[in-house]
Design a protein around this ligand. Structure first.
Ligand SMILES: [Zn+2]
Length: 170
């Protein structure tokens, strides 16, 4: 982890997720039909049967289950945010039950595809995407982390299974 460096954190994309406390993705919900969108929708609803153009900003569920996953050998399309230069990593498509949507995200460092399985519960975290040498801060993005225990590499993890209270990274 590189979050204990005392460096400033800057979101890779403004307004897509919160940084502090329990981070959450910021999506929207259609006032007409209730369809969720991420990133937040503007203009017409993505539901073709709906004519509403009003969307309420809303934080999305912080927990989901893995719907699919892969070794990301190639840079995924937006809204996924990838480091530059691109480094392959495990990527998961995570289903949010309440929102009935699937959110792509990088898995936290140390979690490869062999540590993943479909249906596995995961939790949203905000983690360093890359360190910006020019501005001297860390650019951060949302990532998925296995919920309820860390598989395989637990090296140096003192707060891995602290229920509801560890201030890791502080
Ligand atoms: Zn709608």
């Amino acid at each position: 982890m590189t979050t204990d460096t005392g460096r400033a954190r800057r979101p890779a994309v403004d307004g897509w997720f919160t940084l502090d406390g329990e981070p959450a993705l910021l999506g929207s919900r259609c006032t007409g039909c209730g369809t969720y969108a991420f990133p937040a929708q503007e203009g017409f609803c993505r539901n073709p049967a709906c004519t509403s153009t009003e969307h309420t900003p809303t934080p999305l569920s912080r927990h989901g289950t893995i719907w699919s996953y892969t070794d990301a050998r190639y840079q995924p399309p937006a809204p996924f945010v990838a480091p530059d230069p691109y480094v392959p990593f495990a990527i998961a498509a995570v289903e949010l039950a309440a929102e009935q949507m699937v959110i792509l995200g990088q898995m936290v460092a140390g979690v490869g595809t062999d540590g993943l399985r479909v249906g596995m519960p995961v939790e949203l975290v905000v983690d360093t995407l890359y360190a910006d040498p020019e501005r001297g801060d860390d650019v951060v993005v949302w990532k998925w982390k296995p919920a309820g225990g860390t598989p395989a590499s637990t090296t140096g993890s003192t707060a891995a299974s602290t229920p509801g209270g560890g201030d890791h990274g502080a």
